[in-house]
Design a protein around this ligand. Structure first.
Ligand SMILES: [Zn+2]
Length: 345
């Protein structure tokens, strides 16, 4: 009996070690390799033009925008397996990115809160009412922001992942909902803007903003621009942010997801050119996007939370680098067009 007990201890220890090692291993593969999804194919692509625009984009990106170039130019928005593999639903820590700007979204899609003495402006509302209630609102509360102070919810575009939670915020806190007239139409259409969002209930029709309009709260002003391409009425935003009291100008281009048809990609190229002019004139030096993966925002936020920025907030790109980022996005739209067999010229 005694001998058995002595022998069973190392056996148990071995079993426990084995279980711990197993926990580190990936789950078993559900399918044979022949059934794995392939990278998207582009049967009509103009390879010469794809190569030329890739080279242009890479040159413009240099070393400091290589990750953004890879994301938008090499991982095509047309390759849904890869896009949704990286851009998966997942919880990420809420982060105060600037004195007045807070990341309150999830891994797949961003939501932002801008705090002002007169109330809070939320940019985008996540996928659905549950995410607004169970992710966006708790993220605000973790950062000391009272959701009852939300005055506006600004919707960057009519895809459901950006407005699905807007009705919840409207109904629960009396927030005013802001979008372009065109993308209000998307939200209110039977398909709700397409994709898996047809069952969503849109917010009650509220504020329509036009190109050059402003959303204001006290002294705070956010300028709104209509930049078609990703959707017909994509809204892009310029607003001030403060880094330890120092003012910077943030530019959020509402459709860095690109255009999915040749016509949309052409519109996107035209909008990016116009957006570069608007943001240069406004001395925009801070990049903010509406999907974290478009600028490795989740990783940048981790640096901020660890106090590991070396005093340089990684969202501050500077005016020239901001312009280059948008130039890379434009080259990537040309890559898209060439993949669809069209010529950007
Ligand atoms: Zn979208």
């Amino acid at each position: 009996m005694e001998r058995t007990t002595r022998r069973s201890i190392p056996l148990l220890a071995m079993l426990c070690a084995g279980t711990a090692a197993m926990a580190q291993m990936p789950p078993p593969h559900p399918a044979a390799p022949s059934a794995y999804p392939a990278q998207a194919a582009y049967p009509k692509e103009n390879r010469e033009a794809v190569g030329r625009y890739l080279a242009e984009g890479r040159k413009l990106a240099g070393v400091d925008l290589e990750a953004d170039f890879n994301w938008r130019c090499l991982i095509s928005p047309l390759d849904k397996n890869i896009v949704f593999g990286v851009q998966h639903d997942g919880l990420v820590p809420a982060t105060r990115v600037f004195d007045n700007l807070y990341a309150i979204g999830q891994n797949a899609v961003s939501a932002w809160a801008i705090d002002t003495p007169q109330g809070i402006i939320v940019i985008d509302a996540l996928n659905n009412p549950d995410e607004a209630r169970d992710i966006l609102v708790p993220n605000m509360q973790k950062l000391g922001l009272d959701p009852k102070r939300i005055k506006y919810v600004v919707i960057t575009h009519g895809h459901g992942d950006h407005w699905g939670g807007a009705k919840f915020l409207q109904d629960t806190y009396g927030a005013r909902v802001v979008a372009s007239a065109t993308d209000w139409g998307m939200m209110e259409s039977p398909s709700r803007g397409g994709g898996p969002f047809a069952s969503l209930v849109p917010p009650k029709h509220d504020i329509e903003v036009k190109d050059g309009d402003s959303v204001t709260l006290g002294d705070f002003t956010m300028k709104t621009y209509i930049t078609p391409g990703h959707t017909p009425g994509t809204l892009s935003l310029v607003f001030p942010v403060f880094d330890k009291g120092v003012r910077h100008n943030a530019g959020l281009m509402g459709g860095t997801g690109g255009g999915s048809s040749p016509e949309a990609a052409r519109q996107q190229i035209a909008s990016l050119a116009r957006w570069q002019g608007i943001t240069k004139a406004a001395s925009v030096d801070v990049l903010v996007t509406n999907h974290p993966v478009h600028m490795a925002a989740t990783e940048k936020e981790a640096l901020i939370r660890y106090g590991a920025t070396g005093g340089n907030n990684p969202f501050i790109y500077g005016v020239d680098k901001y312009q280059r980022y948008m130039g890379v996005m434009s080259a990537c739209s040309r890559v898209q067009l060439a993949r669809m067999g069209e010529n950007a010229e």
